[in-house]
Ligand binder design. Sequence first.
Ligand SMILES: Cc1ncc(COP(=O)(O)O)c(C=O)c1O
Length: 382
Amino acid sequence: MAEIEPFHVMALLARARELEAQGRSIIHMEIGEPDFPTPAPIIRAGVRALEKGELFYTPTPGLPQLREAIAGYYRSRYGIAISASRILVTTGASAALMLVCAALIDPGDEVLLGDPGYPANRHFVRVVEGVPRAVPVDAESGYQLAPTHLEQHWGARTAAALVASPSNPTGTLISTERLAAMVEIARAKGGTLIVDEIYHGLVYEGEYTTAAAFADDVFVINSFSKYFNMTGWRLGWMVVPEAYAPGIDKLAQNLYLAAPTPAQHAALAAFEPETLAILEKRRREFQARRDYLVPALRGLGFDIPVMPQGAFYVYAGCGRLTKDSLAFANELLERAGVAITPGIDFGANAPERHVRFAYANSIERLKEGVARIAKFLGKTGN
Ligand SMILES: Cc1ncc(COP(=O)(O)O)c(C=O)c1O
């Protein structure tokens, strides 16, 4: 526990809420969840489940009809056949990440992680006494682990590499070719590639598919949180190699019994055409926000060498504006009322020179945020 760090952004968010309670207007660009409400068809299905009293435990791997519905989604979205027996419903991608680490890592085993990356990953590894190996990534590899990194850093104790595509905090994708090559390398080394696809669906350009399309020995993590706008329902899933399903079922039984029952019933409506149409509209809105925000931030002096292709994040270099991104974020909040996430939350690879902007906010609010930052920097906004 002593080695687990908090999400630093939580302290910043708490301060932002405090300022709001004092009557200050705050533009939120720090929060890592969609601002859109859960689509109405999903809410209606959830309400129906509550009214019908669907409040008993489900089987640990999830409601059979939800596992089938997820398998159907892989068929319709990616054109691949995945047996429902390989799909395990979890309490968010968080539980899936915990389970995969518990399943694959022995004490002392190493896991390769791109830095910057999602902060919880190294802690999941640590909780099961594994050793997180941060590999610095930069613009050259699209802020993602690449096949060359795996070749270079895979050692005798490496059990797995964990990637997220699109990534938090950089929003960048791993190309299909690279992902396929990384699956091959992990397999050749006798290890595993774990691919977090939680931001799938929120992609604005570039070809992409699920890693489950290449191989049935990868672990794929996904969630209803981001694309489906269901963060608070705490529901996700993983696709695991057939042979691992019973073992992970056993782990999940012991760790948390089952994912929330009403949420699972609600999620049955997530793949209906009506819901997918709502989500597609929202995806286009996210894209419009990105297309506004990236050039605006570049205009203010932030360095964004790679256009983020997905998620709702812009990972921006702030080295021309400050030498201390944490102090910068705190000051920006206090003086300008704009909340952003300092690089320190995402690893040890030049965090003091980076900040993350989340565009989970309306274009009007983003414009106001940019104008405030411009004023704070003594520049004219655009
Ligand atoms: C890359 C990544 N993985 C996993 C999660 C956890 O999501 P959840 O547990 O809500 O599915 C997040 C949340 O921000 C994330 O950014």
